[in-house]
Design a protein around this ligand. Structure first.
Ligand code: C2O
Ligand code: CU
Length: 488
């Protein structure tokens, strides 16, 4: 039995919630940024690119004092960056050496439901799960994380997450920084609460309605690190890997940057701004220009949550957190100018297209129902375009994530989406009482028995039941109960 399970060891229990948090100007960036290595792969006789992941407990020294008990993939915390090209068939052998069942979900990936890694594909301790699929979607910054029913928040918080970068050699855009670890850097941003013994605090009391909100920020598993910049421009692949916190990234000197990508690929054109907001699960690719020797601090400003009523229970609306520091060298290698066009805009439906389905988020329910592993909520027919309207009505922060597809945001409260939502998305923030319309087109991976998920990516909400299941069918096919459903 791993020591992590021993009584009294490892994980801290309840902790009182604190008031608004600010670390602005108080952080000394003492540790170097860790860049997750690119996962090694082999080519099997069928031509598949094969990766190996092993989930296991570990320890990492996050700050002076005791090392923190963590979970990781191929290392003590987080996992390597998987990378593959459109058209390739990949297989990932995921071995579970944790003391409990988990899953690994490929967030943002278009793939058969049996390979999706949701709650219907459990990996028991000691077992290995080997999904495979052919990548067929634009270049994008995707990610992977556990999805065991009711346990996702805890598994991700302990350190199980990694990036999955998809390349598209036939549509590569010249001028975007793209040397991994040099001028193209993945940044997995996660907040943590550590107790005095450096244990991860997993639950807070009183409950704040969203789960753990940390008071410190990890980037790639390092507490507020610094990174030495060697080129004039750097692409940052930002991932909000937190369970609950919404970040609003900007720089302390007010500089602007170019947003070039969203969840599912490049935007139609770069968009210059000084703030980018990401709710849990969302990604943005930004390109930042640096001046020789001029340091820059990435800060998360109070997010715009669109929620007025907090009843004093949610501390996270006014937090300001210093995330990391960039330290440009005295001489920087020149970078090419950014291209003005990047990718085709999603064009599944017009903003005026009729709504096919409505989803009302409230408490831990969608349309009044909580997640049931044995209930398929609906079926969608392959190669049809649907328009979904999602509304949150309980004055809590929610977002909405759909498996298998990248979608187009048609409108937010009736207005056209802002520039950062005009690319492909798989997760979108749902501001209170302001309906968000999205267009989705489900592809060729039909299976009337194995569901995909849709859910709020505030992981505590998801775990509590703010999730549902759908299947993709052939025309005329009827959804059936999942094979893993238990009837007793
Ligand atoms: Cu990132 Cu269903 O999850
Ligand atoms: Cu939610």
């Amino acid at each position: 039995v791993p020591s992590v399970l021993a009584a009294g060891g490892g994980w801290a229990g309840w902790q009182w919630a604190s008031a608004d948090i600010s670390t602005a100007g108080e952080v000394s960036f003492t540790d170097r940024l860790y860049v997750p290595p690119l996962a090694r792969s082999t080519r099997d006789p069928d031509g598949r690119r094969v990766f190996d992941l092993r989930a296991a407990p570990g320890r990492r020294r996050l700050r002076p004092g005791r090392p923190t008990e963590t979970w990781g993939l191929n290392g003590p915390m987080l996992g390597p960056t998987l990378r593959a090209a459109r058209g390739e068939t990949v297989q990932v052998n995921v071995r579970n050496d944790l003391p409990e069942t988990t899953t690994i979900h490929w967030h943002g990936m278009h793939l058969p439901a049996r390979m999706d890694g949701g709650p219907h594909q459990p990996i028991a301790p000691g077992a290995t799960w080997s999904p495979y699929w052919t990548i067929d979607q634009p270049a994008a910054t995707l990610w992977y994380h556990p999805h065991p029913h009711g346990q996702t928040a805890r598994h991700v918080y302990r350190g199980l997450a990694g990036m999955f970068i998809v390349d598209d050699p036939d549509a590569s855009v010249a001028g975007l920084p793209s040397r991994y670890g040099v001028d193209d850097i993945p940044l997995i941003v996660q907040d943590v609460l550590l107790d005095d013994d450096n244990r991860l605090v997993e639950r807070r009391r009183p409950m704040n309605g969203v789960g753990v909100l940390g008071d410190q920020v990890l980037v790639n598993g390092v507490l507020h690190p610094y990174h030495e910049v060697t080129t004039e421009r750097v692409r940052l692949r930002l991932l909000n890997g937190s369970g609950a916190r919404v970040y609003r990234f900007g720089f302390t000197d007010g500089r602007s940057f170019a947003v070039v990508g969203s969840d599912g690929g490049l935007l139609p054109a770069p968009y210059e701004t000084d703030r980018i907001q990401l709710s849990p699960g969302e990604r943005a690719e930004i390109v930042v220009t640096f001046r020789p020797g001029r340091r820059a601090v990435l800060r998360s400003h109070p997010p715009d949550l669109g929620v007025d009523v907090w009843n004093g229970r949610f501390s996270g609306g006014d937090d300001t957190l210093d995330v990391m520091e960039f330290r440009p060298a005295a001489r920087l290698a020149p970078s090419p100018a950014l291209p003005s066009r990047l990718a085709a805009a999603p064009a599944l439906a017009a903003a005026s297209a009729p709504v096919t389905r409505r989803f009302e988020l409230s408490g831990f329910s969608v349309n009044g129902r909580r997640m049931d592993m044995n209930r398929i909520d609906f079926g969608v027919v392959r190669n049809t375009t649907e328009v979904w309207e999602i509304t949150a009505i309980d004055s809590k922060p929610h977002n909405f994530h759909v498996h298998d597809v990248q979608f187009q945001v048609l409108s937010v409260d009736g207005a056209p989406p802002p520039p950062e939502l005009r690319g492909w998305k798989d997760t979108v923030y749902i501001p209170d009482r302001r309906p968000v319309r999205i267009a989705l087109r489900f592809g060729e991976h039909t299976d009337p028995r194995t569901p995909y998920m849709f859910h709020c990516h505030v992981l505590y909400h998801e775990d509590q039941g703010l999730m549902g299941q759908f299947v993709v069918t052939e025309p005329g096919q009827v959804p059936q109960a999942p094979p893993s459903a238990h009837h007793h």
